[in-house]
Write a protein that binds this ligand. Structure first.
Ligand code: PEP
Ligand code: MN
Length: 380
């Protein structure tokens, strides 16, 4: 590739050492935290979660380059202090985004890593300034940047004198509207083929929705990513920015607990912080997370039951023999997995009953609607 003089592939991959953390080595580095720093409490809660999960780096934006000038622009210096303090309390490193020369000056001596965001990937003056400092730079891929443009942006930083660049794939703009961006996982392999720099993945800005973060994170590790940058908020519903794509603390910890297996399968390592802990609090967090997923599965089941109802006649809604068959199958499974079969025998009739009731309700409502469209009110 043209002009990749310093960022181009050499015989050995680069690792970046920063205050006791190595990025680009065998260990997968987890970074997490809110999109934007909002308060001291929000940051200390986030830091606690990152620590519990086995994460090493706390994120939080204090200068937010927002698409709309009317969206929250960040707390600036006040937010920076919350970020730095929270990271320190939990013995974590911290990263924040800079958008111009004054913001870079303000954060450079306070944070461990500096982020240049997608919207500034080709802010060449900023790249040159980032090349003059002695701090690692996470360089996000631009919204519509090719891999070549991304690597050349990294080359700017290297050419200006800073060899510590970490590439971050964060999704690119495509024609597909079901996710905020499209996570380009092949870019991980391509960037690693063309460059010696570490490559991490941010599944949050790629997906724009929290339900995909877990699977994309695992896929990113399998694809060769050296780390993950994930948005997590103590209360995503109240987040001032990117709430819908932010994991809850429980989800973040649950995901971290699942990363070790994926890392091991591709000859990498990730140690989840919670693995050593079996405190009452940790066990309760696990229970809360499982309960959340039970409810989410029940919601999904009810939605399918609704769709099935649409295909049935009203007098065929209840199908006793299918119910018996399902219970029998699940009782056998419960016995095999050493779960008391009685539990299945009690729970499932209730689940069926509510399913049948909702199907009947939908059918009756639909019939009423049809009747009304045939015989508008007052015409009968
Ligand atoms: C961010 O990390 O909060 C951010 C704005 O990301 P990106 O630059 O990838 O959109
Ligand atoms: Mn964000």
């Amino acid at each position: 590739m043209k002009d990749l003089i310093l960022a181009g592939l050499v015989s050995e991959r680069s690792t970046i050492e920063v205050n006791g953390v190595t990025i680009g080595g065998k260990e997968i580095i987890l970074m997490g935290g809110p999109c934007a720093v909002e308060s001291s409490l929000q940051m200390s809660q986030s830091a606690e979660t990152v620590k519990k999960a086995g994460g090493k780096i706390l994120r939080g934006g204090v200068f937010k380059p927002r698409t709309s000038p009317y969206s929250f622009q960040g707390l600036g210096l006040e937010g920076l202090n919350y970020l730095v303090q929270a990271a320190k309390e939990q013995d974590l490193l911290c990263v924040t985004e800079v958008i111009d020369s004054p913001s870079l000056d303000l954060v450079v001596d306070k944070v461990d890593i500096i982020q240049i965001g997608a919207r500034n990937m080709q802010n060449f003056e900023l790249l040159k300034l980032a090349g003059k400092i002695n701090k690692p730079i996470i360089l996000k891929r631009g919204l519509s940047a090719t891999i070549e443009e991304w690597l050349l942006a990294a080359e700017y930083i290297l050419a200006a004198g800073n060899p510590q660049v970490i590439l971050c794939e964060r999704g690119i703009r495509t024609f597909e509207p079901s996710t905020r961006n499209t996570l380009d996982l092949s870019a991980v392999g391509v960037a690693k083929e063309l460059s010696h720099l570490p490559v991490i993945v941010d599944p949050s800005h790629a997906a724009g929705r929290r339900d995909l973060i877990s699977s994309l994170s695992k896929a990113a590790i399998a694809a060769g990513a050296d780390g993950l940058l994930i948005e997590m908020h103590p209360n995503p519903a109240e987040a001032v920015s990117d709430g819908p794509q932010s994991l809850t603390p429980e989800q973040f910890i649950l995901l971290a607990g699942e990363l070790g297996g994926v890392a091991g399968a591709v000859n990498r390592v990730f140690v989840c912080g919670g693995e050593q802990e079996d405190t009452l609090e940790a066990l309760r967090t696990k229970i809360d997370t499982i309960d959340l997923s039970i409810i989410e599965h029940l919601v999904a089941r009810m939605q399918i039951v609704g769709k099935i109802g649409d295909q049935k006649r009203l007098d065929r809604v209840k199908d006793t023999s299918r119910e018996k068959e399902i219970i029998q199958r699940l009782v056998n499974l419960a016995e095999e997995l050493q779960l008391p079969p009685e539990l299945v025998k009690r729970i499932y009739p209730l689940i069926f009953e509510f399913g049948v009731q909702s199907q009947i309700k939908n059918k009756v409502a639909l019939d009423k609607e049809l009747e009304l469209s045939f015989y508008p009110l007052g015409s009968k």
